[in-house]
Ligand binder design. Sequence first.
Ligand code: MN
Length: 476
Amino acid sequence: MEYETIIGLEVHVQLNTKSKLFSNAPTEFGKLPNSQANYVDAALPGTLPVLNEDAVKKAITFGLAINAEINNDSYFERKNYFYPDLPKGYQISQFKKPIVGMGYLDINLDTPKKIEIVRAHLEEDAGKSLHSLYPNTTGIDLNRAGSPLLEIVTSPCINNADEAVAYLKALHELVKFIGICDGNMQEGSFRCDVNISLRPKGEQKLGVRTEIKNLNSFKFIKSAILYEQERHTELLESSQKITQETRLYNPDKNITLTMRSKEEEQDYRYFQDPDLLPIKINEALFIEIKNKLPPLPQEIRASLADEGIQEDAINLLLADKANYDFFIEISNHTKALTKDICNWMRALYNLTLNERKLSFQDSPINAATLAILLNRIMDKSLNNAQAKAVLAEMLNSHDSIDAIVKKLGFSESISENTLEEIITSLFEDNPKQVAELKGGKDKLLGFFVGQAMKKTKGKASPVEITRIIKTKLELK
Ligand code: MN
């Protein structure tokens, strides 16, 4: 029997607001336990939640970026369950009316596919139980409690691990690029739950599903799906029952294990939170957010690919909004080709940013300065090799381009007459090669250019040398 895999994904994106969803406690990661939590997060009696406007704006930004309808009458509900790291005894979430309704994200594997996003809702994160800090005692850290999350849910429209990963990568790129999430997966800012079931091909009814919780790497997500797909297949083939449950992926053993049987919706006893008003978005705010929405990564990707830019160069530009802004800033200051701008950004990245884990935002050389260097190449006052040397020296000495050009001796330009004399004498010294070059042995052009570069100590541009050689020997 052939089976079809059906996957739906839920991603919890932590919104990068300064304070929490309903309190003014900070949201910084990696601080001392309970140093980023206040009375509201600890649910002390008498405290009340106050909605963070920035989180709402970020949710709307996301909705617009996936072409979704924004619900102008959404509200918060209490999702009741008991857990030590949830001091209120309920999580404030959205259930019936999420702020973001139906939208989509495109993926492009062999064929393009629209991944349907059915909803995205705002909710608060829970705290964390620390089991290994004290013997026989569990500690509670509320630093994460109340952090703003946007939970993004797809329909069960994904059919394999590759599609799931392609969607997640596109989503990850998007939320970083539109500036609503830092995308740090190790720190849990982007974590994924996978709902998976199998059914005989052609069958309409969905099979029993299992949920794999809290995956925070693309590699683990792929492995977990492949494992679970295999496990379901074996159970189905041997006519065994699949239990609807929540499972955890163990990356060391590359298996999934039962965590708990899945709660049903009614277990949570959702009801509207009486402490919070419905979210009404006025037209002016809506328009303000819409106007601030940057061009989207998928559109940029398509247009750069049309210009013949390679995928890894595009990935570098889209890895961070700051990278793309840097690219645009250079483009505003030079007429150099997109391809060349990408190459020089890559050079800067390789020379310094990568090693120091900096984004282009923190680049020691700013976009306008790099554009000046590109312009020097365009007007032929520097060749590529010289410009590379200047760039390296700029990182060393922080001197101006002019000062470095002078220091490296690139500014003592060679007059055209001198260059012609040098080339004439090269021809006299190498008559055999001249004859062969004239006879069509084009490779020798490189030989003469190289010799001339040597004689001029790299001060003449190879383009200029080539032009003079060709004119003198009447080559095409
Ligand atoms: Mn959730």
